[in-house]
Write a protein that binds this ligand. Structure first.
Ligand SMILES: *Cc1c(COP(=O)(O)O)cnc(C)c1O
Length: 348
């Protein structure tokens, strides 16, 4: 059993620290000035991620917020409307960036575990009428963070894409944790490249790189995106040191995501036995979200009380709302840490 003083971090898969071998890969990277397009490691990362998804081009950016925000700016004009789910990161967690950066407005859909359907999207596409905003883009998220790491079915995405084609809309994917979905459902990454006009992929979540996201699209789309990245201050110079971590992550940290998914399921099994736990969202990947219903005998009645009691045991989780808690597994969470967490939960 690991020491009870060892802190176990479930607040996010962004807490991972680079391993010694990832750091070595970073230190050894050949670099150049990427704003001039001359950093060989950035170029290699952009090409390899684009190839992986069967897309034409990629753009390395400091964060997933930036790749999403650039993507939306390239797809839209000010005054346009973006259709997305009510809890989607692009709307819920990007500081109003769609309004501020793109000058566009959103049309929200209440999804099921973060997922929306073609049937829901169709009536929200505005007619060509001077009174109405010009619907221009549909943005999906996979896996869905606030949906508990849920994964779309490719068939539903294909239906949404058909609608987009019929109405001249762009289709963007916030794929911050797309690799988790692909691993969980054993999908062909190239299917995503065919279905979306643009994809944002985070290297700094489950893949374990310290920094970075890649935006993917057609050659002409990424050419425009590169201009927007510069305007947003995202043009980095010898960024190859960071891109090398992303290349390393793509080579070494994809298959192991299955471990994180197994760990998340073990946590959910333990939570099911807790009297103070209500609904647990279906666990498909590395996220566990559950409702605290409370139990007077346990003294645990609010999400904050659960967070505090776990923290007293050196287990860090986050409250998503006054009633819901999220745990995220990742490559710095070991099987031993899962065991200890299960034991602590049994003792509550
Ligand atoms: C983390 C995340 C992002 C991007 O976040 P950054 O912290 O800006 O890299 C985008 N979408 C989702 C669903 C995320 O979880």
């Amino acid at each position: 059993m690991i020491e009870s003083t060892t802190s176990i971090e479930f607040r996010s898969d962004t807490f991972t620290k680079p391993t010694e071998s990832m750091l070595q890969a970073m230190m050894a990277a050949p670099v150049g000035d990427d704003v001039f397009g001359e950093d060989p490691t950035v170029n290699a990362l952009e090409h390899s991620v684009a190839d992986f998804f069967g897309m034409e081009a990629g753009l390395f950016c400091p964060s997933g917020t930036m790749t999403n925000q650039i993507a939306i700016q390239v797809h839209t004009q000010p005054g346009d409307e973006v259709i997305c789910e009510a809890g989607s990161h692009v709307y819920f967690y990007e500081g109003g960036g769609i309004a501020k950066n793109a000058g566009a407005q959103v049309r929200l859909v209440q999804g099921s575990f973060g997922q929306i359907t073609a049937e829901q999207v169709l009536p929200l596409i505005n007619p060509d009428d001077v009174h109405r905003a010009r619907t221009r883009l549909v943005s999906l998220e996979n896996t869905c963070n606030r949906g508990g790491g849920s994964c779309y079915d490719l068939e539903e995405i294909a239906k949404i894409r058909s609608l987009c084609d019929a109405h001249g809309l762009g289709l963007h994917l916030d794929g911050a944790r797309l690799m988790n979905a692909i691993m969980a459902k054993q999908e062909d990454p190239k299917a995503y490249g065919k279905l979306f006009h643009s994809i944002s992929l985070c290297l700094s979540k489950g893949l374990g790189a310290p920094v970075g996201s890649v935006l993917l699209g057609s050659t002409s789309y990424i050419k425009q995106a590169r201009r927007v990245r510069k305007v947003m201050g995202g043009g980095m110079r010898q960024a190859g040191y960071l891109a090398a971590a992303g290349l390393y992550a793509m080579q070494h940290n994809i298959n192991r995501l299955a471990e994180d998914h197994a760990h998340a399921k073990q946590l959910a099994e333990a939570l099911k036995l807790c009297s103070w736990v209500g609904e647990i969202f279906p666990v498909e990947t590395n996220i566990v979200i559950f409702k605290v219903v409370g139990d007077p005998r346990s003294g645990l009645n609010t999400a904050q009380e659960v967070v505090a009691k776990l923290q007293a045991n050196n287990i860090r989780v986050s409250a998503m709302s006054p009633t819901h808690i999220r745990l995220v597994t990742h490559l710095d969470v070991t099987q031993e840490m899962i065991h200890r967490t299960v034991e602590v939960l049994k003792g509550f």
